[in-house]
Design a protein around this ligand. Structure first.
Ligand code: GDP
Ligand code: IMO
Ligand code: MG
Length: 430
């Protein structure tokens, strides 16, 4: 059993990219298993900022990387990221599963149009074509990477899809001629991507048999999971640890550890109820200090206190036995820090996360308060990280230990800044 998984336990942007980059040094291969270019994972190495949408973050640690069949891949974005990765990693090696689906220009067009049409039920998507691409997959009319690189069949399928999409355009208030012809461009993408497409399932099972270490990198956060998140304000894929098995054909019994990444507070890009949301001056202060602007879309992220009702629930559904708590530095300097420990739903107190978005919207937060810790400079936090866990302020330790206890998980990592060096490691994943 040498497969471990890193997943987000909130609404995405918890710092998964940084955490995966850190743990990747102990892995043989790093694998993305869900989502597409809706993800934006930031990795900072030696002061240089890298933002990946599709490429697994382990690439900067010089590791072999793979993309599982549960992903929806935008070839244009991927080709750009391959160039960046080649520049950053001399031994660059990528394998994309042929069964992964392809995002086309009409998916992106329909994504924007459909989210607009949904009005208040729209999730405020990233417009990266994610929902329409997964819808085509479920409808069994999607194009897959194996189609894209198997050029003959591709032309016929692409033409057929173009016709189908032209017929459905009016549903979304679009003209049929807005559906562009993409066959020629995509043939070219297919030729360029051919060397990277193969069978991730056989490759991974072979690695695991040889006891090589596989690190799975989740995208999004569990509250965006299409089954278990705040539906319909979710993404369109399963983002929780279980998706590793379905996406990559890896048996559940192979999974050794699941590490959940939790930001010390809440952030959310997009629409939907957020029980512990805070607005006004304090939210602005945290947003600016934490640079809470979407990595993919640049949108300002909504801000809230840590919601432990939601995080306990997501730790449970992921089986997150270990936690990494990030961005503790961002909360530095506050006198007191609130944590939502229960909800009041229609006058009744509950610690259970409700199933429906409308029930969640009626929930009021019940807070407990923790004493804050000092505001340190980047250098000071780095010095704390270098000294290790005991150098953290007592109030900060009390905060992270409380979160881990409530989530029934062990602390594996604490992050006090965006760089690799701003990290306190308590437990290895392998
Ligand atoms: P992901 O989608 O989960 O990979 O997270 P993003 O990269 O979208 O957003 C996390 C942001 O926080 C990035 O800009 C990271 O560089 C940054 N970050 C990660 N950990 C820390 C931390 O402990 N402190 C601070 N200040 N920034 C962090
Ligand atoms: P990472 O991997 C934060 C949100 C969108 C929107 C909803 C649906 O960087 O944590 P979609 O484009 O997926 O159909 O949008 O999900 N969303 C994310 N929010 N981080 C992400 O990824 C996200 N991926 C999707 O803002 O509300
Ligand atoms: Mg992100």
């Amino acid at each position: 059993m040498v497969a471990s998984i890193v997943v987000g336990l909130q609404w995405g942007d918890e710092g998964k990219g940084k955490v995966v980059d850190y743990y990747a040094k102990d892995a043989d291969v790093v694998v993305r298993f869900n989502g597409g270019a809706n993800a934006g994972h930031t990795v900072i190495v030696g002061g240089k900022v890298h933002k990946f949408h599709l490429m697994p973050s382990g690439v900067l640690a010089g590791k072999r990387v793979m993309m599982g069949s549960g992903m929806v891949i935008d070839p244009e974005t991927l080709l750009k990221e391959i160039e960046l990765a080649k520049g950053a990693s001399p031994n660059f090696s990528l394998l994309i599963d042929g069964k992964a689906h392809v995002v086309t220009p009409y998916h992106k067009l329909l994504d924007g149009a459909s989210d607009k049409l949904k009005g208040k039920f729209g999730a405020g998507t990233t417009k990266r074509g994610i929902g329409p691409a997964y819808a085509d997959k479920a409808d069994r009319i999607g194009l897959r990477m194996c189609d894209l690189v198997g050029l003959d069949a591709f032309d016929e399928r692409a033409k057929f899809l173009e016709e189908v999409k032209k017929k459905t355009a009016s549903i979304y208030n679009l003209n049929a001629d807005e559906i562009q012809n993409f066959t020629e461009t995509y043939r070219n993408y297919g030729e360029q991507l051919k060397p990277y497409v193969g069978d991730v399932v056989y490759a991974l099972n072979d690695f695991l048999k040889k006891k090589q270490k596989v690190l799975f990198e989740g995208a999004q956060g569990a509250l965006l999971d299409v089954d278990h998140g705040v539906y319909p304000y979710t993404t369109s894929s399963n983002v929780t640890a279980g998706a590793v098995c379905t996406s990559c054909g890896v048996p559940a019994k192979r999974i050794k550890r699941v590490l959940g990444v939790v930001k010390a507070y809440t952030s959310r890009v997009g629409a939907g109820p957020l029980v512990s949301e805070i607005e006004g001056e304090l939210a602005d202060k945290i947003r600016e200090k934490g640079k809470e602007y979407g990595t993919t879309t640049g949108r300002p992220r909504r801000i809230g206190w840590l919601d432990l009702v939601a995080t306990r629930y997501t730790a449970m559904i992921n089986g997150a036995d270990h936690l990494c708590i990030t961005k503790l530095d961002t909360l530095g300097g506050l006198d007191s820090i609130k944590v939502c420990k229960a909800y009041k739903l229609d006058g009744k107190r509950t610690k259970q996360h409700p199933q429906s978005a409308s029930a969640l919207a009626r929930c009021k937060p019940v807070y407990e308060e923790f004493a804050g810790w000092p505001d340190l400079s980047g250098e000071e936090w780095r010095a704390v990280a270098e000294k290790g866990y005991d150098a953290l302020h007592e109030n900060c330790k009390c905060y992270v230990e409380h979160i881990a206890k409530k989530c029934k998980a062990k602390l594996a990592m604490v992050s006090v800044g965006p760089g690799r060096e701003d990290t306190i490691l308590l437990k290895n994943l392998f």
